[in-house]
Design a protein around this ligand. Sequence first.
Ligand SMILES: C[S@@+](CC[C@H](N)C(=O)[O-])C[C@H]1O[C@@H](n2cnc3c(N)ncnc32)[C@H](O)[C@@H]1O
Length: 359
Amino acid sequence: MAPPAQNGVSEQQVHANVQHYYGEVLAASTDMKTSACTAAGAPHPLVRAALQRVPPEVQARYFGCGSAFPLGIEGLRVLDLGCGSGRDCYVCAAMVGEAGSVTGVDMTDAQLELANRHAQDYCCHTLGYKQPNMRFVKGQIERLGEAGIQAGSVDLIISNCVVNLTPDKQAVLAEAYRVLAPGGEMYFSDMYCTRRVPEELRTNEVLWDEGLAGSLYTQDFLRICRQVGFLDPRQLASHPIQVHDPELRALVGPASYLSITYRLFKLPGTLEAGSEDYGQAARYLGTIPGSPHAYSLDSQHTFPTHKWVAVCGNTAAMLGDSWLGKHFEVAGDRSTHFGAFPAGSGSACTQQQPAGSCC
Ligand SMILES: C[S@@+](CC[C@H](N)C(=O)[O-])C[C@H]1O[C@@H](n2cnc3c(N)ncnc32)[C@H](O)[C@@H]1O
């Protein structure tokens, strides 16, 4: 039976339309009616080098809107939600190395068929691995259990321009939280709107397929994150997306769209709703490949190599208790609470930075 209608459209109907659009209508990135596929800035040189080795046929059917590649992911178990033709999985298969693994999930057969076509040759010849460390699975990202993805089995979730295409964002984020191991992270790029998309636009098929109807208002997205357990979402990068098509432009009116990369850490029992000061400090060891001089956790927190920086409790946990832990030294614990960090702020440590602090 079809799931109930949500926000004016049924999930089953949206899935069918999206499968048709990405499986049969679009042939290449250039067919899209927005600038989404070119919105992200230039990738890091290490990512650019990995991209150059991805088969051209896979690259041609890239429909992402960002750059969802954290550096330093050797050995991690990666899951790509809505992998499409698999471009980002191919890049991650190189970045995690032979000891890591990459699983791409998508619901569209044509995309999966292309993703699978070059997988063996790419892993075993281009990368020179003994056996492929990358696989593709058919499934819906709202129901990862049905696709065989077990609870706590993933270190890093990536996703590129997909969550906007589901009417049930809460289910996707709750599933992401469930399948991540403690200390794991969802690092992903997606389309967002600077205001709530009016109800009458949410039934327009092309607006849905292009991600314009389903893009969340950023503040609503942040609320859902907190509801499912990602208590302190961190924004990394943000780029405007232009709607090229005049008809669609007229329909969306004054709404503006952005491609944003967020980092959501799963640190159960550790992250707090507010930014608290326990007198902790963190020091980046300079060990992440491609980041010898500094590491940016998010748009507000950059850590120069070997420099101690005062951090709030949440930032200390993200750096010390997550997969990033081997690249940071964190001093102090939570035995003494010194109040809010910084004084008076109830949010993440991103404002009114005291000198020498992380924020
Ligand atoms: C805009 S494309 C992005 C594909 C890929 N991430 C990339 O960067 O090229 C969206 C993809 O998400 C898939 N998709 C959308 N909604 C999905 C869902 N609910 N479950 C699984 N896959 C979904 C589509 O089949 C399509 O391949």
